[in-house]
Design a protein around this ligand. Structure first.
Ligand code: 13P
Length: 288
């Protein structure tokens, strides 16, 4: 299966009451672990690429080529979208030009008029190319690529306006936070999410900050229209922990244990386990 836009997979997910995972990638090992797990689980998947990760991986074109060739090499048949995560206006345009099948334009830090105007421009460029667009209303809390958001609760009326612009999916701040959640976290604002779900014409909703949300809350959010859930920090944490464990057990710093393939394997395996668990929780396993 070629790389596809996220539009159809999320429309189906919304109709059938499950969510597709967006898992962020940082290198070849993460990408491979996620793609092979999606294939094993027979699940559609969205590969998230932040602007920082895009730069790290030698640019958007390199990312597209790597994913495309990996799909071919491993015979991946499940739908795969390559999605720009929290794109700026210029970043979204660059990712589209490079062959991304999906982009997020995050205009949540602009006032609503400017967010609408810029989102419209991105939609106008994306739609003829069959590229899906995610818009955002109400910032997500925590840190993402060095940008600290305050974590707002989106205004359902603003969500209604943005949802009408021809976007494929809408991220709305509902008290969710990137990174781990603090002990005193108030939880997701389910009332607001429910209202947004009712006022946005069945558009697939996106839940950012998928690390550390209790399973029951995830399922409730899906029941109100969340059809895409982003997970990044949890993969980073298990990757770091597994790599550290391997180093402590095997690396003597005198030339032993340096095989880079062996060094990165436990971390990649740990990411694969997280991806599998999330696909089962979100209900996307066996839906490809
Ligand atoms: P976490 O890092 O909290 O899993 O959130 C990921 C995310 O929302 C990426 O946009």
């Amino acid at each position: 299966m070629p790389i596809v836009s996220a539009k159809e997979m999320l429309k189906t997910a919304r109709e059938q009451g499950y969510a597709v995972g967006q898992f962020n990638i940082n290198n070849l090992e993460w990408t491979k672990a996620i793609l092979l797990t999606a294939q094993e689980q027979q699940s559609p998947v969205i590969l998230g690429v932040s602007e920082g990760a895009g730069k790290y991986m030698a640019g958007y074109k390199t990312v597209v080529a790597m994913v495309r060739e990996m799909i071919d090499f491993y015979g991946i048949t499940v739908p795969v979208a390559i999605h720009l995560d929290h794109g700026s206006f210029e970043g979204a345009k660059a990712a589209m030009e490079a062959g991304f099948s999906s982009v997020m334009f995050d205009g949540s830090h602009y006032d609503i008029e400017e967010n609408i105007a810029k989102t419209k421009e991105i939609v106008a460029l994306a739609t003829p190319l069959g590229i899906s667009v995610e818009a955002e209303v109400g910032g997500i809390g925590g840190e993402e690529d060095g940008v600290i958001g305050n974590g707002e609760i989106a205004d359902p009326e603003e969500c209604r306006q943005i949802a009408q612009l021809g976007i494929s999916m809408l991220a709305a701040g509902i008290g969710n936070i990137h990174g781990t959640y603090p002990e005193n976290w108030a939880g997701l604002s389910m009332d607001v999410l429910k209202e947004i779900g009712e006022t946005t014409n069945n558009i697939p909703l996106v839940l950012h900050g998928g690390t550390g949300i209790p399973d029951a809350m995830v399922k409730e959010a899906i029941s109100y229209g969340v059809s895409k859930i982003n997970v990044n920090t949890e993969a980073q944490l298990v990757f770091a922990a597994a790599t550290r464990k391997y180093i402590e057990a095997n690396l003597d710093l005198k030339g032993k244990g340096f095989d880079p393939r062996k060094l990165l394997k436990p971390g990649a395996d740990a990411i694969a386990a997280v991806v599998k668990e999330k696909m089962d929780l979100f209900g996307s396993s066996h839906k490809a």
